[in-house]
Design a protein around this ligand. Structure first.
Ligand code: ADP
Length: 236
């Protein structure tokens, strides 16, 4: 059971945003994707989640080709994502922000609220349930965004820069949650992050993207030892 990007290329006119990118993520695994600005990380997210079609290559989810499947269909097949900006419904409280997802999946309102509370408590965020989503502190908004993605009971979760704007302590708390999502929920996590330290400490395997190509992959030790990675990040 895995999510596989197989030789994905994406061209915008003559410009290759992704060039022959192959990435593999298994359930219960944390895989990191890092790279400087413009490397193609967001394009990868858009490909995986069905917001964009590749020029060539395939995306396989548990053995099924999900190229050209609609975003809602991909989510239904077990792949959820978070967004960089919270995208919460500002007129609703936190519990309802989660519960609407359950209702959208066809569960009753009552069952959806129960599930929303369960997910929030699991994340240590039960105290947020009755707060209005508008005006939540930034890190809480992030946590609610992850909780909402977990309402889909995903097999795979894409985290798009979840630690952006967080202090070191906040990022440590987030790291614990990510670890538990993989370990306790048996969920594969694709972690796309600017915080390279966080990615290296959490991930079983890391891919480094630069100018549309995977220039290096491996575990923490291999990435830290890579001259290509140093050059991509430091130009040295
Ligand atoms: P990252 O998320 O790593 O910063 P992106 O995936 O956003 O990188 O972008 C990769 C490259 O593709 C950038 O040079 C960007 O300008 C280009 N790009 C992304 N989307 C489009 C688009 N819709 N049309 C043209 N170029 C795009």
């Amino acid at each position: 059971m895995s999510l596989e990007l197989e030789s994905i290329s994406v061209a915008f006119g003559g410009f290759k945003a992704l060039d022959d990118v192959t990435i593999s993520l298994k359930k219960a695994e944390i895989v990191g994707l890092i790279g400087p600005n413009g490397a193609g990380k967001t394009t990868c997210v858009n490909i995986i989640t069905g917001f964009q079609d590749p020029t060539s290559g395939t995306v396989m989810l548990d053995g099924q080709d999900i190229n050209a499947k609609a975003p809602y269909d991909i989510r239904r097949r077990g792949l959820a994502r978070t967004f960089q900006a919270g995208r919460l419904f500002s007129g609703l409280d936190v519990l309802d922000n989660l519960a609407v997802t359950g209702v959208g999946l066809g569960h009753s309102r009552r069952a959806s609220e129960d599930e929303a509370l369960r997910v929030l408590s699991w994340m240590g965020a039960g105290h947020l349930a009755e707060l209005p989503a508008a005006g939540l502190p930034y890190t809480d908004e992030r946590r609610v965004g992850i909780a909402r993605a977990l309402m889909f009971a995903p097999d795979y979760l894409l985290l798009d820069e979840p630690a952006a704007g967080m202090s070191e302590t906040e990022a440590d708390d987030l790291a614990q949650i990510i670890r538990r999502i993989a370990d306790e929920l048996n969920c594969g996590v694709l972690l796309i992050e600017h915080n390279v330290g966080l990615v290296l400490s959490l991930s079983n395997h890391v891919y480094v993207l630069d100018a549309g190509k995977i220039i290096e992959e491996g575990d923490k030790t291999e990435i830290l030892a890579s001259q290509a990675v140093r050059e991509a990040y430091l130009g040295a």
